[in-house]
Design a protein around this ligand. Structure first.
Ligand code: PLP
Length: 386
């Protein structure tokens, strides 16, 4: 009898790695200096922040001077999109974003609709974009920014960001990617992909909550961004406020570890994810949402046709999976991503995201498959007989 809770919601957030915690501790209880202070306490904290910046930059092949610390990926996204819009007062410009972006991007775009045109590019059934369609929707010399996420948080689909960046640049636009789900899970290389602006977050890669980063290609002098938070000149004047030293140190250590283990971890997690699918897909009326050929190694989103996902989850005990994409989420509406890939409300409400991570074991996967099978089979059969 398996009794411990099973956590399969790593795309929502990850537990802090023990090594990350150990690195953070001295900056919570001991080295408390303000990194902006010009004395030994301040210099000690500043050195730790710069060491962390180096590790974060290295993971994505950036220069440390191109990494700006924020409070979350959401804040980084706001800073990129609003900061850019508000630094250019030319008018008549367009931002192009896909319909499968995270709400953190879509809601900022909705706000910016008051100042400029926003074009939303549809996605296809696997959740991906048609690059020719994207190119058609990027007006020459009138596009400020093209936004395409690196990996989708709900279905795991990976996007062709290098090609999208090329389309953006050909039209004279900048390219932004929300890489919150990609960094630490798959290789991300801002130089190879020609990314101008990129947002990501520590708590998705075994770092602490409350720390994010914005990559700005060439730094502040190359891309003008208006700060959202004005203040004491921290982060080269781009983000005011005393730095979260312990959090940033944790982010740095999380990135250092990710660089070391990512390759093997991805192989192990895709094997476990495939095992879960091998157990569940043979059940009648179960299918995968998203692009099975190009997706995150740790993610699967399964539709249990005709079954209410919320009821199903209630029956499998303490297995933490994501119901956010189901209709019973706090908003009460089906996931915009599942709707964007063409699922009807009923199928969106029958879908569950499983996202695996560093501490997932084979035993947990087998147990989850057993519980889902036991709970789903009677319902799937009932559905077939309708
Ligand atoms: N973008 C994506 C793709 C995400 O998955 C998330 C978090 O779920 C965010 C942005 C927001 O990240 P944060 O919680 O750091 O603001």
């Amino acid at each position: 009898m398996y009794e411990s809770p099973i956590y399969l919601d790593y795309n929502a957030t990850t537990p802090i790695d023990r090594r990350v915690r150990d690195c953070m501790m001295p900056y919570i209880f001991g080295a408390f200096g303000n990194p902006a202070s010009n004395h030994i306490f301040g210099r000690e904290a500043a050195a730790a922040v710069e060491q962390a910046r180096h590790h974060v930059a290295r993971l994505v092949n950036a220069q440390p001077s191109e990494i700006f610390f924020t409070g979350s990926a959401t804040e980084s996204i706001n800073l990129a999109l609003k900061g850019l819009t508000h630094s250019r007062q030319t008018g008549g410009q367009t931002i192009v974003a896909t319909m499968a972006e995270h709400k953190a991007v879509l809601e900022v775009c909705r706000q910016l609709e008051e100042q400029l045109n926003v074009t939303y590019v549809p996605v296809n059934r696997p959740g991906n974009i048609d690059l020719r369609e994207l190119a058609r929707r990027v007006p020459l010399r009138r596009t400020l920014l093209v936004s395409l996420m690196a990996a989708n948080n709900e279905i795991g689909t990976l996007y062709p960001i290098r090609e999208a960046a090329e389309i953006a640049h050909r039209s004279g636009a900048l390219f932004f990617t929300d890489a919150t789900q990609a960094v630490g899970k798959i290789p991300v290389d801002v130089r190879a992909d020609n990314v101008d602006l990129m947002a990501f977050s520590a708590h998705k890669l075994y770092g602490p909550k409350g720390v994010g980063a914005l990559f700005v290609c060439g730094g502040r002098s190359k891309i003008a961004l208006r700060p959202l938070i004005a203040g004491g000149g921290q982060e080269q004047g781009l983000r005011g406020g005393t730095l979260n030293v312990a959090g940033i140190v944790g982010f740095g250590e999380a990135c250092r570890i990710a660089k070391e283990v990512m390759h093997d971890e991805a192989a192990r997690l895709s094997r476990l994810r495939n095992l879960l699918e091998e157990r569940l897909l043979p059940l009648s009326n179960v299918s995968v949402n998203g692009d099975v050929r190009r997706r995150l190694p740790n993610t699967t989103n399964l539709c249990f046709h005709g079954v209410d996902a919320t009821n199903l989850i209630r029956e499998i005990g303490d297995v933490a999976v994501s119901t956010r994409s189901a209709c019973s989420s706090q908003s009460g509406t089906p996931s915009h991503v599942l709707k964007a890939i063409g699922l009807c409300d009923r199928c969106a409400c029958a879908s569950i995201r499983f996202s695996l991570g560093r501490f997932t074991t084979e035993e947990e996967i087998e147990e989850t498959a057993r519980r889902i099978t036991a709970a789903a089979v009677p319902r799937l059969h009932a559905c077939r007989s309708h």
